[in-house]
Design a protein around this ligand. Structure first.
Ligand code: NAP
Length: 248
């Protein structure tokens, strides 16, 4: 087995993060699990350390509370004894119709998926750039590839995150830090529970394993599962006159 790495997982109680954490733990990496639910984080950290005999830490972070990020990231890196990798899995998707009638919901989606994501990853990037090594994985979404009437508040926040990750990758590539953008399609998690019109739904465990494989290959942008690259290629290239007629 290659050397154990020290990895921070933001939004660790998310279904996709759990799959990813298990896949990192299976290769012996040390983990810092960060989220809002202390009881669930404690259970998760205990489970992973028992099942995979790895070191786990956990702590509380609110991705929307940008003022807390500097101290939080320093504390997580100190607990781990360094920082070799970060996975940003925290995200928030509300119903489009609810968001259309309550702008506070839109603000929350932007605060978590975009503003908070940039803030916390900026802190991680600064630490890693100073060490000249590491990787950053941001979980964005295919929803950010083209605004659709059913999901454009969430989608536009993810589009912002995708553009941020692209710029961060561009900047950090000369400083030894690799940035990977993950664009999942439909995944069977609490976020999509009961959502109508889902198809080709993937399991969060499969997505987690695929994320870890993609990190090893130092991929830049991955669609998961892979076929979403082609679905989104078609959706992105549909001419507007046709796109406007679709109820997507
Ligand atoms: N499921 C899909 O089909 C799909 C598709 C494309 C992209 N994604 C993205 O994939 C990522 C993982 O989502 P998932 O599907 O695994 O959903 P999930 O199980 O609902 O997880 C969402 C996670 O985000 C955390 N979170 C929300 N607001 C937060 C905040 N202010 N501070 C800290 N953590 C916060 C939640 O923590 P709490 O438990 O404390 O609420 C939860 O752990 C998200 O970024 C999502 O947007 C999902």
């Amino acid at each position: 087995m290659s050397e154990a790495r020290k990895i921070l997982i933001l939004g660790a109680t998310s279904a996709m993060a759990r799959g990813t954490a298990a896949a990192f733990a299976a290769r012996g990496d040390s983990l810092y699990l960060a989220g809002r639910d202390t009881d669930e984080l404690t259970r998760l950290a205990t489970d992973l350390s028992v099942r995979f005999s790895v070191t786990t830490h956990h702590g509380v972070v609110d991705i929307a509370n940008t003022a807390s990020h500097s101290a939080f990231v320093k504390q997580a890196a100190t607990a781990l004894g360094g920082l070799d990798g970060v996975i940003l899995a925290a995200g928030y998707m509300a119903d489009q119709a609810d968001a259309a009638t309550d702008f506070a919901i839109v603000e929350r989606m932007v605060a978590v998926n975009y503003l908070g994501a940039m803030s916390v990853l900026d802190q991680c990037a600064a630490l890693m750039a100073a060490e000249g090594q590491g990787f950053i994985v941001g979980i964005s979404s295919v929803a950010g590839d083209r605004g659709r009437q059913s999901n454009y508040y969430y989608g536009s926040a993810k589009a912002g995150l995708t553009a941020y990750l692209s710029g961060l990758r561009n900047r950090l590539s000369s400083q030894g830090v690799h940035v990977m953008t993950v664009k999942p399609g439909f995944v069977d998690t609490a976020m999509t529970y009961g959502l109508k019109g889902m198809f080709l739904v993937a399991s969060p465990e499969d997505i987690g394993r695929a994320i870890v494989r993609a990190v090893e290959k130092r991929r830049n942008t991955v669609y998961l599962p892979w076929f979403w690259r082609y679905i989104m290629l078609i959706i992105q290239h549909l001419p507007e006159f046709l796109f406007k007629r679709l109820k997507l």
